[in-house]
Design a protein around this ligand. Structure first.
Ligand code: KMH
Ligand code: ZN
Length: 309
């Protein structure tokens, strides 16, 4: 019998832009509602970014996060995970500030530098809601998402040692598993750690099932039973990769951060719709879903009463 599946939902992210979907949560109230509904639908972890309420641009300010974090916490028992990936182009200081202010149970940690090409999405639109959107996407032709050993070590110490925050280690390629192994060997990352394998970002590993199998095989060799793993695939591979992960005994992530769609050419009307869809698929396959308490126990989280919001 496999373990209950931990569903993470990432409601808004910092990649898609308001022109792409009227359902992308932007304001604090929209983000709070999306998070609460996703938790009610079965997500045990909510991965959060903030956006400027006026323009929808990714916004690193702790004040913006603080407009929705307490509301989500009061209304759900879900684990709150704050992104340190932020929005492409933010400094590492900007990326860490919300998490070091809020001291969450979890934060994301991107495990290597990579090209992060979201410029092909710009070709699909001609009428933009906001001026920033097109240049933001276009600039990624010449953009490296920086996550050096030094910045990873700094963030692990600041947030991990300083706040007792544990991490969603985002690995976009095989080498990122070896970067993670380096920090495990140094004793800076301790089990049980949570690996989020990311497929389908231009610049990272492609959404091919052979890649999923290979990354999982290598993770097993490197980490044995010291870790929990989860899978997200960007765009149209989201649901099939999430399903595969559950079938292989892993966990999964959905949410409008990773895909705006619920089916072919059909925009998701809400994050909760995506959670309900994957939940129904995996329950029909005989799996159960993890509660937030089960996720906390398996990932050795500090508990919702030790956060600062
Ligand atoms: N948007 C995902 C591909 C983060 O927030 O740290 C990666 C992500 C990064 O979730
Ligand atoms: Zn994110």
């Amino acid at each position: 019998m496999s373990k209950p599946v931990i569903i993470t939902c990432a409601p808004t992210g910092g990649i898609h832009t308001p022109t792409m979907s009227p359902h992308l949560p932007v304001t604090p109230s929209e983000i709070a509602t999306a998070a609460i509904e996703a938790a009610e639908a079965g997500a045990s972890i909510i991965h959060l970014h903030a956006r400027d309420p006026e323009t929808g641009k990714p916004d690193p300010r702790p004040e913006t996060f603080m407009q929705f974090l307490p509301i989500i916490k009061q209304s759900t028992n879900a684990v709150i995970n704050i992104s340190t990936g932020g929005g492409l182009g933010m400094t590492i200081e900007e990326r860490l500030r919300a998490a070091t202010t809020a001291s969450p149970e979890m934060a994301s940690m991107n495990m290597g530098s990579l090209n992060f090409g979201i410029f092909p999405m710009a070709e699909k639109y001609s009428d933009w809601k906001h001026d920033w959107e097109k240049p933001f996407l276009e600039m990624t032709r010449d953009f490296i998402f920086p996550n050096t050993f030094q910045t990873i070590e700094y963030a692990l110490k600041e947030l991990g040692d300083g706040h007792g925050t544990r991490f969603e280690f985002e690995c976009y390629d095989l080498g990122h598993l070896y970067n993670l192994a380096y920090f495990v060997d140094k004793g800076l990352i301790k089990p049980p750690f949570f690996i989020q394998m990311v497929f389908g970002i231009l610049g990272g590993v492609g959404a091919d099932l052979d890649n999923l199998m290979h990354l999982h095989t290598i993770a097993q060799k490197l980490f044995g039973d010291a870790y929990e793993w989860s899978v997200l695939a960007a765009g149209r591979h989201q649901m099939s990769f999430a399903t595969q992960s559950a079938m292989l005994g892993g966990n999964l992530r959905v949410g409008l951060e990773d895909s705006l769609y619920i089916g072919p050419k059909q925009l998701a009307r809400s994050n909760a719709d995506q959670v309900r869809k994957i939940r129904s698929i995996i329950e029909n396959l005989g799996h159960t879903i993890a509660t937030p308490e089960q996720a906390r126990e398996r990932l050795a989280l500090k508990g919702g009463d030790l956060v600062k919001f």
